[in-house]
Design a protein around this ligand. Structure first.
Ligand code: URP
Ligand code: ZN
Ligand code: ZN
Length: 457
């Protein structure tokens, strides 16, 4: 099967030019002008951008959490991702206490097998770090699971103490893995949550009020300090607070390999959303929480100037009906997380590129190239170049869409962006040479995605 995409404006992290892209089977084999090789299929992309398929390195599909399970599984979640122009995800497998890492990996491979419609890899969430588990970390890195998420929050569930975090960091210094950190001070938050509940403060807004920006900044600072002492890079996930960004900026100014991602929800929503009437604020209960509106500009500047390296989604959807309602009367029982796997590219293009905050090249860098580099997928993924996988998004920069749970494909009964109009949307989506979205229809297949063994640092 061969494919010729003609006349599009090819955008990579560094280039912007009009050209044709020739794909044979799963791979881009030629780029040029007026390419004349015969192809099984020709797609005219005149007037459209060709972006490398989006890479979302932070998703939670089919994940048990907060007494329930995220509502998208690997089939619905990856199909929704494809509609939005994302062709690769890195999801999180969870090691429960007493389990081996391989047990967790097997469990998540089973969840994805036969279901994932786009390519996928896994980070491993480590909750129980014994000597044996440390050795297993080495094995996992060799086997292509090259990053580990650790939590400084959720005491008694996911949280690790500083000594364990430090040991894991040291281990990645030797095995070439990368530690991804959920940086919030879980001990402080626990005290604040208990105090709020004892005072009868039970509404969703108290989720945000008990997770102060300083708790994120302190943990971010501590995580970076631990990584500095271990002499290894660190990647801070879902950074939301300006105070936490300052910690990353300060570290990077000192030349430390501190990396961080933020997410669209922190760029487009704010703590004002918690004030929506009734229990509506539960839609936005996620950790870290949404921050004051002024933070958005600070995060955009961090993205534009290179202090933040990636935009991922932290897609972790729970329906309002029957899932978020678990926390009616007690905000601490609202499952943490929100949907976003499908809306990332359009939101960031509209608010970032059209909004004049980032260039087209930076858009590609933040949504594909830089995540691919940091997580061992580049140059197979994250760019449009001969030899790379033919993961390509034909993106219509003029198409207007109104975001709504009714028309989006994620399996969740609300959208945090309900009614918002964005300009710019994926039109045709190609995953390893196969057209998986076109004409508003999914044309790929569940199970069409492959597990990606990623490279160590
Ligand atoms: O609220 C969130 N972020 N839910 C997903 C789990 C996590 O901490 O990333
Ligand atoms: Zn997290
Ligand atoms: Zn997450």
């Amino acid at each position: 099967m061969s494919l010729l995409i003609t006349g599009g404006t090819i955008v990579t992290a560094t280039d912007l030019y009009t050209g044709d892209v020739f794909v044979e089977r799963e791979t881009i084999t030629a780029i040029g002008t007026s390419l004349s090789m015969p192809a099984d299929r020709v797609i005219d992309a005149t007037g459209k951008y060709l972006f490398p398929g989006g890479i979302d390195v932070h998703t939670h599909l089919d994940m048990p959490f907060g007494g329930t399970t995220s509502s998208d599984d690997f089939e619905s979640g990856t199909i929704a991702a494809a509609f939005g122009g994302t062709t690769t995800i890195v999801d999180f497998a969870i090691q429960y206490k007493g389990q081996t890492l391989h047990h967790a990996w097997d469990a998540w491979m089973k969840k994805a097998d036969g279901k994932a419609a786009i390519d996928y890899g896994f980070h491993m969430i480590v909750t129980d770090l014994s000597d044996q588990v440390e050795q297993e970390m080495d094995a996992l890195v060799r086997e292509g699971v090259t990053s580990f998420k650790l939590f400084m929050a959720y005491p008694g569930v996911f949280m690790l103490d500083d000594a364990s975090i430090f040991r894991a960091l040291l281990r990645t210094g030797r095995n070439g893995g990368t530690i991804c950190m959920h940086a919030e001070n879980g001990g402080v938050i626990d005290v604040l949550v208990k105090r709020a509940l004892a005072e009868g403060k039970t509404a969703p807004t108290y989720h945000a009020l008990t997770r102060p920006a300083r708790a994120e900044a302190e943990a971010t600072h501590r995580a970076i300090a631990l990584a500095e002492m271990a002499d290894v890079p660190i990647y801070i996930v879902h950074l939301s607070a300006a105070e936490a960004l300052e910690m990353v900026t300060e570290a990077r100014d000192r030349g430390l390999p501190a990396y961080a991602e933020t997410c669209p929800q922190y760029l487009f929503l704010s703590s004002d959303n918690y004030e929506e009437p009734g229990f509506e604020g539960a839609k936005y209960v996620m950790s870290p929480p949404l921050r004051p509106k002024e933070t958005q500009d600070r995060l955009w500047r961090g993205l534009a100037f290179g202090d933040l390296q990636a935009i991922s989604t932290d897609h972790c959807p729970f329906c309002m009906k029957e899932q978020k309602t678990l926390g009616e009367g007690d905000f601490s029982k609202i499952p943490n997380g929100a949907p976003g796997i499908e809306t990332r590219m359009s939101l960031v293009y509209d608010g970032g590129v059209r909004g004049g905050r980032i260039s087209l090249n930076r858009f590609v860098e933040l949504t594909a190239t830089s995540p691919a580099r940091i997580f061992g997928l580049f140059p197979r993924k994250g760019t449009i170049a001969p030899g790379s996988d033919a993961d390509i998004v034909v993106f219509d920069p003029h198409r207007k869409i109104r975001l709504s749970a009714k028309t989006l494909h994620m399996k969740v009964d609300y959208s945090p962006y309900e009614g918002r109009e964005v300009t710019g949307a994926a039109e045709t989506v190609i995953s390893r040479g196969r057209v998986i979205v076109e004409g508003g229809r999914f044309t790929g297949k569940a199970g069409g995605g492959s597990f990606l063994r990623r490279r160590a640092r």
